[in-house]
Write a protein that binds this ligand. Sequence first.
Ligand code: PPE
Length: 304
Amino acid sequence: MPIKEVDKIWMNGKLVDWKDAKIHVLTHALHYGSGVFEGIRCYKTDRGPAVFRLREHMKRLENSAKIYMKEIPYSVDELCKATKDLIKANKLDACYIRPIAYRGYGEMGLNPTNAPVDVTIAVWPWGTYLGEDGLKNGIRAKISSFQRISPNILPSGAKASGQYINSILAKLEALDTGYDEAILLDSRGFVSEGPGENLFMVKDGIIYTPPEHASILAGITRDAVMKMARDMGYEVKEIDITRGMLYLADEAWFTGTAAELTPIREIDGRKIGKPGPITKKLQEKFFDTVKGKVKEYEDWLDYV
Ligand code: PPE
């Protein structure tokens, strides 16, 4: 997806011009994927721009860094404030937010401990991740021949740059075979998640989603959707899902910051169908929530 340029980028505590936000080719993270990052969205509301669950995202960034034994030289509070200052400086009313804390320039080789940790935050307008049509009518997904990273290969709970090579392989395969998105299974053969989204399915009125031990990234959107669904009276089960269960789902959808809540209308040639009633209800609740229209979930919004 092409990047829409804006004015400023936050780099190690300073606002720099978009075109000057550059790094050296020998940056450690470029070679070894030693960055940890986040994807966050800011939505337009009646009370001005609001960031969805900003603190939780920055906290997850800190946790990803901890897994990789990396100290981010800014606190969660400082990163939240920097994000809001940056949105103001760019005069945006809605945007995608991409913080990254990466091993910078100064050391090569696999021991990263002496390479500096640089932090940048970029914001830019980013529309629908899987297309407007996908959001409305659902997308076609294919179970990947690539397995999701297993716990003793890479910790799926860390949102680290290098881990996305696995996602890229799955994404490329899905696109190459004419599908919109991939679904990865974990090393045990159970359903895990999409390359950049969590997955939900509905069967006989009950909502199912893979548990954290199925090599998922515990999505913040996933958490929000589970809470909203339970508050609406639905039963939500975090249990291991087989591909056979998926094929027979009444409804299915992906969740993610970028993907928001995107319905799935077909999996491996098996028709799931048009977005169903539960999908639609939750999608509507989600978009109302992020736009500040739901009192119950007001505290998920951080007004800029
Ligand atoms: N699983 C993975 C592997 C993942 O990357 C994401 C977010 C999720 C689940 C959903 O997590 P959450 O955003 O907290 O609900 N993927 C981010 C990056 C996507 C990209 O293409 O880049 C995102 O959605 O921002």
